[in-house]
Design a protein around this ligand. Structure first.
Ligand code: NAI
Length: 384
């Protein structure tokens, strides 16, 4: 396996998600960090490069310098892809510059600030034919892939309803000045039009579309900013309709005191229900009104038989739990295998292509705009 070279923008000292990208990309030995522009403060970027033990010539003051510096290297030495782990408002200019320079991209969500930016990026990905991943973490979990494959096989019958909820509590009273994560997330200039709905509502919507294989077609939203002085939503309830007449409810909130990261989804079919809980991710429950509940456990042969995608994304034996880092790593495995396939001039397989990307990014932006429009216009139905 050719080891891919990773460049990174963001992920400086004290940052949240950059470190998760670095650790998960190298989990299976298929990629490792070689270069970066890690911080908005150039001096701190250099310090982070030293902390990571990188070649000082590959640690840059800005992403523009990184693109220039990496392009100056022989092709076999330069970064094969760049991971963008910065606040939302920077994703578009950085991703655009990387793609235009010929780099594959793994980008954080939400993909851009506006739908127009998202569509411009989509056009660029199609034109350059580069590989673009979007880190919707939760579809990387094996039991979420299993849920999708059980639904796709028709085992639960025609889908009637989806309930997805994503409660967090960490913003229940922070003003935004206390730490860097809260600071940009509560600032419309850096977070975008939505707060909570962009930050975690998009994960929930993406999960609903992934498990059902259906698109959300319209939404009716009620967004709130409960914390005094907050300029963006910190809570939202959304009714939604999907293709094929499926109805849904999505709740995303960051003011649910005491909740950590309790993302849950239930898909109710005409025969059965599938239910998955992110804080207990190694099991998938299948409920049936006429029979005892089934508990599918990750790492077992019966999971592999039902879902090759879940088996491919499992490392440890049954009973040895995997979690968040592994879900990230699963998105990286498929993203990197797709890059490798294209390097070898081979068509990537369906299993390799099983990671979230540019299309999910555009849908995420359309979801954000529709829920904001709906709420601002008095809780009316808005088409996506
Ligand atoms: P953070 O505030 O912890 O870190 C952001 C980092 O980016 C900092 O080191 C900052 O100095 C750096 N930065 C900002 N502008 C830069 C620039 N122009 N050039 C170089 N570095 C720059 O933010 P956090 O929480 O890590 O979030 C980053 C992104 O990741 C956001 O888009 C967020 O929505 C997403 N995210 C995704 C998660 C997932 O599960 N997929 C979980 C958490 C965050």
């Amino acid at each position: 396996m050719k080891k891919l070279k990773m460049g990174m923008v963001g992920g400086g000292i004290g940052a949240f998600i950059g470190a998760v990208h670095r650790r998960s990309a190298r989990l299976d030995g298929g990629a490792d960090i070689v270069a970066g522009a890690f911080d908005i403060d150039p001096a701190k970027s250099l310090e982070q490069g030293r902390n990571l033990g990188l070649d000082p010539n590959r640690v840059y003051r800005t992403y523009q310098e990184m693109i220039k510096g990496e392009l100056a290297l022989p092709r076999e030495e330069r970064a094969d892809f760049i991971a963008i782990c910065t606040p939302n408002h920077t994703h578009f200019p950085i991703a655009k510059a990387c793609l235009e320079a010929g780099f594959n991209v793994m980008c954080e969500k939400p993909m851009t600030l506006t739908t127009a930016e998202a569509e411009a990026l989509e056009a660029l990905v199609r034109k350059t034919r580069l590989t673009f991943g979007l880190m919707h973490t939760y579809t990387g979990y094996p039991m979420v892939k299993l849920a999708r494959d059980i639904v796709k096989a028709g085992d639960i019958g025609k889908i009637r309803k989806v309930v997805v909820q994503y409660p967090q509590g960490w913003l229940y009273k922070l003003t935004g000045r206390e730490n860097m994560q809260a600071s940009w997330r509560t600032d419309p200039k850096r977070s975008g039009r939505a707060g909570c709905m962009g930050d975690i509502g998009t994960h929930a919507a993406n999960l609903a579309e992934f498990v059902t294989g259906l698109k959300i077609t319209e939404v009716l939203a009620d967004l709130s900013a409960f914390v005094k002085g907050r300029r963006l939503d910190d809570d939202g309830s959304v009714l939604f309709h999907m293709e094929k007449g499926v109805k849904g409810v999505l709740v995303a909130t960051q003011i649910a005191s005491g909740e950590e990261n309790d993302l849950n989804i239930w898909v109710y079919g005409e025969k059965k229900t599938v239910a998955w809980y992110q804080e207990n991710p190694n099991i998938l429950r299948v409920l049936d009104q006429t029979a005892p509940e089934q508990v599918w456990k990750r790492g077992n042969a019966y999971v592999a038989a039902k879902s090759p995608a879940a088996a491919r994304c499992s490392r440890t034996p049954n009973g040895h739990p995997e979690g968040f880092l592994e879900a990230f790593a699963n998105n990286y495995i498929n993203f990197c295998d797709t890059i490798r396939a294209r390097m070898e001039k081979r068509k990537p397989t369906a299993l390799e292509l099983d990671f979230p990307g540019i299309v999910d990014g555009v849908r995420g932006m359309k979801f954000i705009n529709a829920v904001c429009d709906s709420s601002e216009q008095g809780n009316v139905w808005k088409k996506i």
